[in-house]
Write a protein that binds this ligand. Sequence first.
Ligand code: SIN
Length: 304
Amino acid sequence: MLDQKVNLAGVELKNPIVVPSGTFGFGREYGQFFDLSELGAICVKGLTPQPREGNPAPRIAETPMGILNSVGLQNPGVDAFVAQELPELRRHDVKIIANISGNTPEEYGEMCEKLSAAGVDMIEVNISCPNVKAGGLAYGTRPELAAEVTEVAKRHASVPVMVKLSPNVTDITEIARAVAGAGADALSLINTIRGMRIDVKTRRPILKMNTGGLSGPAVLPVAVRMVWEVHAAVDLPILGMGGVSTGADAAELMLAGATAVAVGTASFADVYAPVRVRDELSALAEEQGLQRVSELTGAVRPWG
Ligand code: SIN
């Protein structure tokens, strides 16, 4: 029997499959289709100090092999999450990762305190949302600001802190090194790639915000390359994500260096995608004669 457990910065996941922030809400809808305890971890929709309605519609556009979103961090706020959503999620035997976004380092710190006290298993510090004016990419594209947010989050959190990196930079290892130096316990990557679509008849951008973040199978090679680069640059566990829709995709990200893998946009086309990917990944590892799925991590054999 394959051992599917993986250890993400001290948080033991029963298998490497995570559902990433923004693709799974707080699990209520998907819980009608499969037992959420089947997953390694659930990363909840990005939380902010106050409730947010998000950006005006249209905020989703289809693309070849993916989607573009400009949701803008719609969420009920951290207090409502703690009061209403976390107790529901806690009914399942699954690790809970809270994704947070703030306008200032202090806001990140306050949320880290509240969420640690509320008993989440891990906090994912989002410094890479491409759809908000303050916070988000403003922090994730500048090493010194990324480090400052990480340091404040670490000071206020009593659970492991994972920092979510943006692909919208020239050299992702520069940001990875900065947040590692500031004490991050793990990294997650990649968030979405900035993109734009235009309706050729109206000559209007399809998204009301003009631009958005691209996810889905089209971004997988970018994610694999960036996970590989970051794995070589810093000694931190990585939650790899970006376009995974099969077990082989998940294996690619693990071979590149990911400890665990998130299955996100694929869930919009197939609600069972996370559990299917988990089963396909296990079958692939067993076919290769592995004892533990974690043997895949970083096992790529690069040329030259
Ligand atoms: C959003 O809500 O705009 C997406 C969140 C993100 O990309 O971090």
